[in-house]
Design a protein around this ligand. Sequence first.
Ligand code: PNW
Length: 515
Amino acid sequence: MELSSSLLGTLIILAMCSSCAGTSVSLELPGSSSSQFPDGFLFGTASSSYQFEGAILEDGKGLSNWDTFTHGTGNILDGSNGDIAVDHYHLYQEDIDLMENLGTNSFRFSISWARILPKGRFGNLNMAGIDHYSKVIDALLAKGIQPFAALTHYDVPQELEERYGAWLSPKIRKDFEYYADICFKYFGNRVKYWATFNEPNVMAIRGYRSGIYPPSRCSGSFGNCTKGNSIKDPLVAAHNMILSHAAAVNIYRNVYQKEQGGSIGIIMNSIWYEPYSNSAEDKLAAERAQSFFLNWFLDPILHGSYPKEMRHVLGSLLPEFSKEDLKKMRRGLDFIGINHYTSFYSKDCIYSKCKSGAPGVSRAEGLALRTPIRDGIYIGEPTAVDWIYVYPQGMENVVTFIKDRCNNTPMFISENGLGIVEKPSSSITDFLNDVKRVEYMSTYLESLANATRKGADVRGYFAWSLLDNFEWLDGYTVRFGLHHVDFATLKRTPRLSADWYKEYIFNHKRHASSA
Ligand code: PNW
């Protein structure tokens, strides 16, 4: 019997958590049938090198900025680091078997730059690193899983930080180009989806404005650092990231793309900003917030200039693109990766007074207060993760916004997911029974389907994450996995959400093949 959400409006999923001894959960979820996505849609899971691999110094890997940072005292909530992480470096085959079981047809991972070039372009190419990713790529393809690779996911070789301050120096563009060239050369015959960066906006803001990520630079009331300039540095770092992106795209377009036939894009952290009120001022504030977060990178890459809101507010603080730069930037991108989790309200701080120091209100951030709360009510249900509020409508809104602004460039939802915190009182059975995550993913997917139905060219969806892993400043305390990982034994166990995702993908395939 065929079930479709359009027929039923509501589909009842009887989800059995295969590992929850004797538990069976009945979930009534809206639109759980996934026939609304096109044939060939990528359903995947996502990961990143530092959060997954471990093997910190194995087979000739050099140190990255995150290795150095996590080994400093007091930087990570539980004092942990990614030295071992979830040992995906050694356990990748087991992890690929988990993907096969889920039925996903793509896997998003990042390549560790310091594993390929331990000292950037100032040292040798580490062939053992090349061999490692080659084996992973082959193992994925052997199971029909498309590799979707990012060149950097927050990590750079520490050598480049020490030599010239990494993203603060234009020298990084040459290093990034050199590194990208090597990746295309060795992997591009098999990798058809390349992302230059994962969340360069988060890298610039957290590394150089609040200073909570390496290289721990900030100034004044923006954070607590011993060096840095929270106004200028993020702008300079972003400028070098944009031009590094352009350098990699040029190499790909000029040397590899025709022969290899893949595509190249960038992955952005994408928040939906809902105007705090219907006033024209708050609507403009929401646009400013978006410009200072997302269009900051997308506008130069797609249109050759920083967004007008940034130019108005920041004036000569913004770095300029030379004629030469603009020529290089013309090659744009093939897709936009959207990491979307949450939404905030945005409130004007140009015409009204805002509390100084509150999120978003500074000139550097665009004079738009970012708040999850209005009249005492949250925009969406708060979660165990302090920045995630469950607001599924934000998915349709942000995708539609990007579609309209970027001429419907192909998009991927490159991350979406929910973190949970293990309470000491909860049993393993409770802990595998992640009903909240299933609700979160299914409602966000439904919202995504609304956007595609209205014409957004979305080509794939990646759940963050395949496994529990090293969650940056939160260490191992926040878990995003469809599979639970026992961090002492590294044993992986599917959660309810894994079973649900599997069923969701299965339904999609069934509908796609019968369409
Ligand atoms: C992403 N926000 O970061 C990263 O790409 C992943 O590595 C990370 O594990 C995952 O989300 C979960 O945190 C984000 O403020 C950083 O909205 C900031 C935000 C969202 C995601």
